[in-house]
Structures are given as structure tokens and as C-alpha cells.
Design a binder for this molecule. Structure first.
Ligand code: AMO
Length: 449
């Protein structure tokens, strides 16, 4: 490792010699003085170099003067984006706009020069930016998104670990569909076929039969979804949890709330000021409990607001989600709402149905700022009922044998949820697309980089 100081730590140091490393954000090459803005993963600092444009006769052969000339010429030739290491004198000077400090250059080492023409600019299209994602990610806003993501996931893990849940990694190569046969990626697998996991659903439930009590996973999920919306990807990071001994989906929602509050609190505590500065947003930590509205009631509320969801027996559509969120915001001042008790007709076979009304399920969707971020439910753990429900959905229980076996040797009542990580971040940061909040987006027409 070199002995660089992170830019964010410079301000706390006294004036004196420092080494910093990073990339060149801008160069202002004036006749008498040169300024370079150097950025690293923690911030930006101004470097200043009094220019030595030529050597007079007395300076010929003077090694120090020659070095100053070489540094000046190197700065004039510096391409934006080049990675450099510099040494120099740190000086606190409140006139310097960028943080009240600057580094007066002694040496400059161009460690890795960039091509002089940068392929993207601030006004490049999202698609073009995605082509050059590694350069796009150098922007402090993009960098902050992934530091927020780190903090958010760390906070969730903190809750899970504290509760004694076990982290699992389920396989992504499967012998059958994990959600429905729609949106399924099929891959050649030696002599046969395999499918990419759409969700860890079956295997997080398996952990309940295995007596794990509670599990969580943060991992990839794949959907062969041909749509080009702002909220769909063909590969996304799914946050999943599953817990035993619940009484109903209420217990799942309670854990879900606790996780969200911990995640948002950690983000606000650690990044609130930066988010304000770079995104102009004041992130709200949600209060508990989140409002809960049965789906049928939510549809009525939306209809009363003048929006009729086109297919009456269907799920909420995106406009319906926006409308119900607007209602919840106006009525309860809340950004989140659990829509509960979905009709069995629009839920998977593994959702438990109401004891007194088999047309409804013990399930919910969590809507945040107008978009679904999560689906959760109590699962049907009684094997005979489960087989019946699979048949009801036109599924062949034989194809599901491996899954149904989990329920033949005893399994406690359980439930859980799956949540799209990029969607949470998109809505938290008021971004327009999950492409902004996904490290490398995958969609129908994007497999690169
Ligand atoms: P569901 O299919 O609703 O439920 O997915 C759960 C959450 O995952 C996210 N998500 C997506 N994100 C980006 N692109 C996609 N194509 C995409 N599809 C889904 C959403 C969604 O709310 N097994 C159940 C969960 C459970 O019951 O535990 C499931 O997968 O944020």
C-alpha cells in the first residue's frame, strides 16, 4: 500500500507534508499557476502548483528547477481521469472554496494516464452512461449511492444477526421454476436444462423445515422479463428473509418494519448531510407501525379518487400504487404502506389462505413512495393443503416433489418476504430508474459491461 491520506481526512491534519492519490477531476492551467482538483473515493481537494514554464540561464542544470518545469509540463498534459499520486504541503486557507485546504505540489506521479477524450459528459444519456459505467460511477453522487447501499445492508444484517437469524446462500441454478414459469431463464446444463433462480423462495422455506428458525439472504435473482420499465431488471439483488413460528403475516410485517427503520436510521445518521448536499433530499426515517390497508379497500380508495384499475380482479397497477401512496401520504403522512390480504387468484400457490375465506391470502405488498418494493406472506405449511393449492393453480405436484418433500417431515408455521434492493434505493433517493441504483444493470438489451 502507498501511504496516501484519504482526502476526507486532510482537513483534520495540521499544515505539513502529505501524500494523496486519486484521479484528476479538473485542471485549470493558468500561465502563472496551475490548479488540479484531485478526487478519491472520499472527496476532492485542490492541488496548486506555481508554474515554471521555462528555465532561465542561471537555472540550467539546477535539478530542483528542472523538476518544477517537468511537473508544470506534466500538469499541462494531464488528461482528466488520470490516476495520480502527489506529494506536497497541506495548507489550511479559508479562502479556498473547496473545504478550506489545498496541497502545494512537490511531486506528481502519473500512475495511470487516461485517454484524453472522456466518452461521457454530465449531460450524456442514461444509456451512454451505462456503457461507461466505471467512469459514471466516479461521480460523487453515484459513489454515495453505493456507500448508502453498504450502510443500509449493514444495518439490516445487524438486525438479523442480533435476532440470531442465519445467513444462507441458496443456489441460483435450479431444476424448476421458483416463482412461475413466466419470466424464466432456461440454460443448457450438460445433457439437460437448468433454470436461473427467480427467487430463493423454495430454499429459504427449506431452512424452516431444516429447523433453522430464521434465515436471510442478499443475493441475485433472475427474471426473463422483456419489459423496459424503470423498475424491472433481468437480474436484480433480492433481500430475502424467512422466519418460523409466526402467527400470521402480521409478524412478517413487524420484522419488515423493524428492518426498514434500522436501515433508514443508519442511512440518515451516516449520510444524511451528504444526501442533502448531493441529492437535495431530507430522508425520513419511517415511523412504526406503517399503515396497513387490505387490497380490496385500497382499490376502493383509489377508485374514489377517480382512478379505476383496468382489470377489476387484478393486482394494483403502477398508477394504482401511486394513487394509494398519495392517499397514505395525505392521510397518514407516511411514505410506506402495506397492502394486505391479496386475492388467492393473484398470489402464488404457496401463500397461506385465510382460515375463514379461502379467496384471500395472508400476504402483503410493501409500497414505498408509489412503487412496490416487496412481497411477503405467511406460507402454507400443511402438506395436504399445499398440494391442493398447487393443483388449484394448474401445477403438477410431481414437478414440485423436491419442494413438497420439505413439508412431509414437519415444518413450523413460517413466512417471509423478498425485497428488491435497487428499488428501495431508487425510491429513497428519488431517482428515476433502478439503473441508477444498480451497480451494473441487466436488461433485455444490456449485458455489457
Ligand atoms: P416478487 O416476485 O414480488 O416476490 O419479488 C419481490 C420483490 O423483488 C423485486 N423484483 C424486481 N426488481 C427488479 N427487477 C425485477 N424484474 C423484479 N422482480 C421483482 C421487487 C419485488 O417486490 N418469492 C417472493 C417473495 C416472498 O414472498 O418472499 C417474490 O419473489 O422489489
Amino acid at each position: 500500500m502507498n501511504n496516501r491520506t484519504l482526502v476526507k481526512n486532510l482537513a483534520a491534519l495540521p499544515d505539513g507534508p502529505v501524500t494523496v492519490s486519486g484521479w484528476v477531476e479538473t485542471v485549470r492551467d493558468q500561465k502563472k499557476v496551475q490548479f488540479v482538483i484531485l478526487r478519491d473515493e472520499s472527496g476532492a481537494v485542490q492541488l496548486v502548483n506555481p508554474a515554471t514554464r521555462e528555465l532561465d540561464e542561471t537555472q540550467q542544470g539546477d535539478a530542483e528547477a528542472s523538476a518544477r518545469l517537468a511537473t508544470t509540463e506534466a500538469i499541462s498534459a494531464l488528461a482528466h481521469g488520470s490516476f495520480i499520486t502527489v506529494t506536497g504541503e497541506l495548507k489550511h486557507d479559508e479562502r479556498v472554496k473547496l473545504g478550506g485546504i489545498e496541497v502545494k505540489l512537490a511531486t506528481l506521479d502519473v500512475v495511470a494516464a487516461a485517454n484524453p477524450e472522456t466518452p461521457i459528459a454530465a449531460d450524456s444519456s442514461l444509456d451512454k452512461r451505462m456503457d461507461w459505467r466505471f467512469l459514471d460511477l466516479r461521480h460523487p453522487k453515484q459513489n454515495l449511492i453505493f456507500r448508502i447501499q453498504t450502510t443500509f445492508l449493514h444495518a439490516l444484517r445487524g438486525v438479523w444477526v442480533e435476532k440470531g437469524l442465519i445467513e444462507i446462500q441458496t443456489p441460483k441454478l435450479m431444476a424448476s421454476a421458483s416463482e412461475s414459469r413466466a419470466e424464466l431463464f432456461e440454460v443448457d446444463y450438460f445433457e439437460g436444462k437448468a433454470y436461473l433462480a427467480q427467487s430463493p423462495q423454495f430454499f429459504k422455506q427449506m431452512a424452516q423445515a431444516a429447523g433453522f428458525g430464521g434465515v436471510f439472504e442478499v443475493g441475485p435473482a433472475f427474471r426473463a422479463d422483456p419489459s423496459f420499465t424503470s423498475r424491472h431488471a433481468t437480474e436484480f439483488t433480492s433481500i430475502d428473509t424467512e422466519i418460523s413460528w409466526i402467527e400470521s403475516h402480521d409478524d412478517v410485517m413487524a420484522l419488515h418494519e423493524e428492518l426498514m427503520v434500522a436501515g433508514f436510521q443508519a442511512v440518515v445518521d451516516k449520510h444524511g448531510a451528504e444526501i442533502q448536499e448531493l441529492f437535495g433530499l431530507e430522508i425520513q426515517v419511517p415511523s412504526r407501525p406503517f399503515p396497513r390497508i387490505p387490497l380490496a379497500e385500497a382499490k376502493q380508495i383509489v377508485a374514489d379518487r377517480g382512478y379505476v384499475i383496468p382489470r377489476a380482479d387484478d393486482d394494483m397497477d403502477p398508477e394504482g400504487e401511486r394513487q394509494i401512496s398519495a392517499y397514505v401520504k395525505e392521510t397518514y403522512g407516511h411514505d410506506f404502506v402495506f397492502l394486505t390480504d391479496y386475492a388467492a387468484s393473484i398470489r402464488p400457490f404457496y401463500h397461506m389462505r385465510h382460515a375463514d375465506d379461502s379467496s384471500l391470502t395472508n400476504s402483503y405488498d410493501l409500497i414505498y413512495n408509489g412503487v412496490e418494493i416487496s412481497t411477503g406472506a405467511q406460507r402454507e405449511h400443511r402438506i395436504d393443503v399445499l398440494v391442493e393449492q398447487a393443483r388449484d393453480k394448474g401445477m403438477d405436484p410431481e414437478e414440485l416433489e423436491f419442494y413438497l418433500d420439505f413439508f412431509r417431515y414437519g415444518v413450523p408455521p413460517h413466512g417471509g418476504f423478498g425485497m428488491g434492493l435497487a428499488r428501495v434505493l431508487m425510491l429513497m433517493l428519488d431517482e428515476h430508474s433502478i439503473r441508477e441504483t444498480t451497480y451494473l444493470f441487466r436488461g433485455p438489451t444490456r449485458l455489457l459491461p
